[in-house]
Ligand binder design. Structure first.
Ligand SMILES: Cc1cc2nc3c(=O)[nH]c(=O)nc-3n(C[C@H](O)[C@H](O)[C@H](O)COP(=O)(O)O)c2cc1C
Length: 245
């Protein structure tokens, strides 16, 4: 029977014609060597998450944001692979306005970066191997005007980073609980840049207890075929909230 990782491997093999051999070998290697771990993670994620449509990128549904990390270091190579994925996001005017600034455990800066976080985030994020700050550039390079999409673009980039992390079995936990002022002051950010998010990155821990695996809204609650479906859903929501009041 095909396991999730072997399934993934065969899918990568099936698209290998699209890429040069060296690239494909690296991809196959990554999946093969991680397959046992990947399977364990997929199985854990799968317990609670039901995919309602067939997905080629089903690994996305089996990632989750842990608050427990293993002590195993995340190598610079692994970290750079995540940033490489983040690099390929699309953006308005191809501005690529995301900047990732990080501190690695045992470095002098790690405690400084930890201190950017709210107390409750600090409590668990201190066990991560890397703390990252995602900073967005607010203005277009070509004419200096305000880029209305800068947060969205940075979000897409973060999504790519998370997708790569999911495939590699590396844990990424995003955090909005941080102090913008502290970050701006330490990094000497000009008005051009805004801190958008922090990330705790590490390897998933095998000593995970019963960590909460979150659920997702059903498809019917997030996609609507035109005004008719949208209006019906809105009317339903209003009825529900009146009934609850
Ligand atoms: C932009 C963003 C900000 C978040 N902020 C925090 C946070 O400050 N603290 C925290 O514990 N989790 C935070 N999370 C994690 C979410 O709670 C988590 O992603 C969500 O519950 C879905 O769970 P999953 O990622 O495990 O699937 C954040 C996630 C995102 C994307």
């Amino acid at each position: 029977m095909a396991t999730p990782a072997s399934d993934l491997l065969s899918r990568i093999n099936s698209i290998s014609g699209c890429f040069d051999d060296d690239y494909c070998d690296k991809q196959r290697y990554a999946v093969k060597t991680k397959s046992r771990k990947l399977n364990a993670l997929l199985e854990r994620g799968k317990k609670n998450r039901i995919i309602s449509k067939k997905l080629y990128c089903d690994f996305l549904a089996y990632r989750w944001s842990p608050r427990v990390f293993s002590e195993k270091p995340v190598t610079h190579d692994e970290l750079d692979s995540l940033f490489e994925a983040a690099r390929w996001a699309s953006s308005s005017y191809n501005e690529q306005e995301w900047r990732y600034i990080y501190a690695v455990k045992n470095s002098k800066e790690f405690s400084v970066f930890l201190n950017f976080l709210t107390k409750s985030n600090r409590q668990w994020a201190k066990n991560a191997y890397v703390i990252v700050v995602l900073v967005g550039k607010k203005y277009f390079s070509h004419d200096g005007s305000h880029n209305k999409s800068f947060q969205l673009d940075c979000g897409i980039s973060l999504g790519y980073l998370m997708a790569e992390s999911a495939l590699r079995g590396i844990a990424v936990h995003a955090m909005a609980g941080f102090d913008k002022g502290k970050i701006s002051e330490y990094l000497k950010l000009s008005d051009e840049y805004e801190p958008l998010c922090c990330l705790a990155i590490g390897h998933y821990s095998s000593s995970l207890k019963a960590e909460e695996i979150t659920q997702r809204k059903p498809l019917d609650e997030i996609r609507f075929n035109g005004l008719n479906e949208w209006t019906k859903a809105q009317a339903g929501n209003r009825r529900d909230s009146r009934a609850q009041a």
